[in-house]
Each structure stands twice: as C-alpha cells, then as structure tokens.
Design a protein around this ligand. Structure first.
Ligand code: SAM
Length: 203
C-alpha cells in the first residue's frame, strides 16, 4: 500500500500506534542515550505533519530514507505507507523504543501494508550506524545538544555524496557543505509549526 491517500495513511498510523508511544522508557535506556552525549528527550512529529514531511521529500524507489533517532518508528512507517521509497531505515538507541517500533512494523508487515523489507529498524547509535547508501536523512534533533547535531551533520557530510539532511535544529553557517533548500513549518507533539530545515549536502 504505497502512495496511499493522506487520510488513509493518517488513519493507519493512528490504528497501528493506538497503544504505542515512546514517552516512558526505563532509566537505564535514558542513561544509554546520555552516555553517547545525546539526549533521550522524547517528542514526535504529529501524524498530519508526518504526511506533509514525506510528501515534501518526494521519496523515490532509488532513495534510502533514514530517521536518525526514530523513536517508535512512526516516520519510517509513514514513509513506507505514503511514498514509493526504496528503503526506510529507523535508527534508535533506546531499546524500549526500538522494540515497540519492531512490534508495530511486524504488525504492518503481517497486514501487507508495505512491500516486505522496505522498513528496517536498528537499535544503534546514529553516530555509528552504517549510512553508506542513505540518500535522505531526517532527524528530530530539537533536544539534542548542538555539539551532537553538529557531529552528526559532519558525519553526513563525510559520506562524500550528495544527500539531503533534514533537521529541526538549524545548523550554524560554519558547517561546510550544507546549503539550505527550504524550511518547512510542521506540528510536533510539543509545539505547532516548528521549523524543519531541509539541506542539500555536498562533499
Ligand atoms: C525527539 S525523538 C524523535 C522520534 C521520531 N523521530 C519522531 O519524530 O517521531 C528523538 C529520538 O532520538 C533518540 N536518540 C537520541 N540520541 C540517539 C543516538 N545517538 N542514536 C540513536 N537514537 C538516538 C532518542 O532516544 C529519541 O527516541
């Protein structure tokens, strides 16, 4: 069910996530995220805004979309439901959130909601996960320390390919290789119309 109409995608997301969110996690999982100098603070992009984001990105079969800090996997699930993306990869370090995402994705696959294998979930650190084939990278980075976001951005730039990097935190102008293409205004669980920065990254 790719390229499904917006209302159906939102209804499917609501149904799949009726009893699932990433707000409460075990303290040891919070510590796991803090140990890599990131933040375990949780929030999500709202369902309608998720569809707006996926539409704005115009993901194609050739694309590998990666959500860096994917929580319970809503954005990658939306990409699989709504676009013709080749692969949608969610990378999440907090095991509780990752496992909840695995549960939702297993149900979606069992229902045949997207092509098998389109969604991949990894319980890994975004600074270490393999990104060699990523083409479009999204991070809901508001709560990340800026130094962490900048390390992530430098890692993306170091891929040595033209890719797109979408981040809630704006990058300082001294990060080389990033050109701001557009700024979306999307609703999040903690605030409406947050700026979402879409960069083209070149080596
Ligand atoms: C604000 S939430 C975003 C959830 C999801 N992307 C969404 O928009 O619905 C950020 C997530 O990043 C995760 N995270 C933080 N640092 C991370 C790291 N170094 N590696 C992987 N995940 C990380 C947190 O555990 C949290 O679940």
């Amino acid at each position: 069910m790719s390229s499904t109409d917006s209302a159906r995608v939102r209804a499917t997301l609501r149904r799949l996530y009726r009893d699932v969110d990433g707000f409460e996690i075990a303290e040891r999982e919070e510590r796991r995220v803090e140990r890599v100098k990131s933040s375990p603070t949780y929030g999500e992009i709202m369902p309608a805004a998720t569809v707006q984001l996926i539409d704005a990105l115009e993901l194609q079969r050739k694309d590998v979309f990666v959500d860096l800090g994917s929580g319970v996997g809503k954005v990658v699930v939306a990409a699989a439901l709504r676009s013709g993306v080749g692969r949608a990869v969610g990378v999440e370090l907090a095991r509780d959130r990752h496992q909840r995402a695995v549960g939702v994705v297993s149900r979606g696959e069992a229902e045949g909601l997207w092509r098998p294998g389109v969604v991949e979930l990894r319980n890994e650190d975004v600074l270490r996960t393999a990104l060699h084939d990523a083409t479009v990278l999204y991070t809901c980075s508001t709560a990340f320390p800026y130094a962490f976001t900048e390390r992530l951005a430098r890692r993306v730039q170091g891929l040595g390919r033209v890719v797109r990097f979408i981040t809630l935190q704006e990058l300082d102008s001294d990060v080389p290789g990033f050109a701001l293409d557009s700024v979306l205004r999307l609703d999040m669980t903690w605030a409406r119309k947050r700026k979402v920065h879409v960069y083209s990254v070149s080596p």
